[in-house]
Ligand binder design. Structure first.
Ligand code: UDP
Length: 246
């Protein structure tokens, strides 16, 4: 295909317009960044792997009634998505303490979080995606109370579906980040991606805290074998067939 002018380039994806104004094309890159892009690198094959994992999970979620921006995946690196206006909030869902939660609160890594914690960060690279209070979120008019309630409920439902899915793959879903968008018809849908870049995933067959890591923490913490960890997630996700009657 002849490549049109890109609409937007982010850290992990490039967004292109298509002939249909309601449809965009997301190209998944091999580029990896961490710590607000202070650490940069390339993970060989990451674009294809993350597109394949995300596409599979979006279809899984759609089948269980979660509205998403996913349309299809025409090539290994590309996903066709509905055009949405992204809500500038990163929703973080936590089942087990790790990352910034442990750093900021002292709760030891690995502590089970009960009930599941849903947190909101301001999607703004210049400000370093700061953690928001609900009051600040409403002050900044990032979402209405109704939208935030809908986002929270959808995030908890997504967590249930994905936690169960990954558990059946022998993987623990520790935490993850979601983004939502609003379609031209005003409908709130899940957007962006769900991949080892945006989730913490621990291999249940490993007890060693470094060996069990199957996600971007291998890159963040220089643990090595990043490509094989991402491949392992893809293999298990593709092998998993869910029961449509569930
Ligand atoms: N996360 C993400 N993008 C971000 C920040 C976080 O995808 O800009 C994901 C991260 O991979 C993890 C979860 O959200 O699965 C929680 O991340 P945390 O707040 O612990 O931040 P971190 O310490 O990983 O930067």
């Amino acid at each position: 295909m002849s490549t049109p002018e890109k609409l937007y380039e982010g850290k992990a994806k490039i967004i292109y317009p298509t002939d249909d104004p309601e449809i965009l094309l997301a190209y998944f890159k091999d580029d990896a960044t961490a710590f607000n892009a202070q650490k940069r690198g390339t993970i060989q094959g990451k674009g294809e792997i993350n597109n394949a994992i995300s596409s599979h999970l979006f279809q899984e979620l759609e089948a269980k009634g979660i509205p998403t921006h996913y349309i299809d995946s025409p090539t290994p690196n590309e996903m066709r998505v509905k055009r949405v206006k992204i809500v500038p909030i990163e929703v973080i869902v936590r089942n087990i303490a790790a990352g910034s939660l442990s750093k900021q609160t002292g709760i030891p890594v690995g502590t089970i979080i009960e009930p599941t914690l849903v947190e909101f960060c301001y999607k703004n690279d210049e400000l370093g995606d700061p953690l928001l209070t609900r009051e600040r979120l409403f002050l900044m008019k990032l979402a209405t109370p109704e939208q935030l309630e809908q986002i929270t409920q959808l995030s908890l439902q997504i967590n249930q579906i994905l936690s169960e899915f990954f558990n059946e793959c022998g993987i623990t879903l520790v935490d993850f980040k979601l983004e939502f968008g609003i379609t031209s018809e005003g409908k709130l849908v899940l957007a962006d991606e769900i991949s080892p870049d945006t989730c913490r995933l621990w291999d249940q067959s490993e007890t060693d805290p470094n060996r069990r890591v199957l996600d971007k923490d291998r890159f963040r913490r220089d643990l090595g074998n990043i490509e094989s960890a991402y491949q392992q997630v893809l293999k298990r996700v593709l092998e998993h067939t869910s029961n449509p009657s569930e």
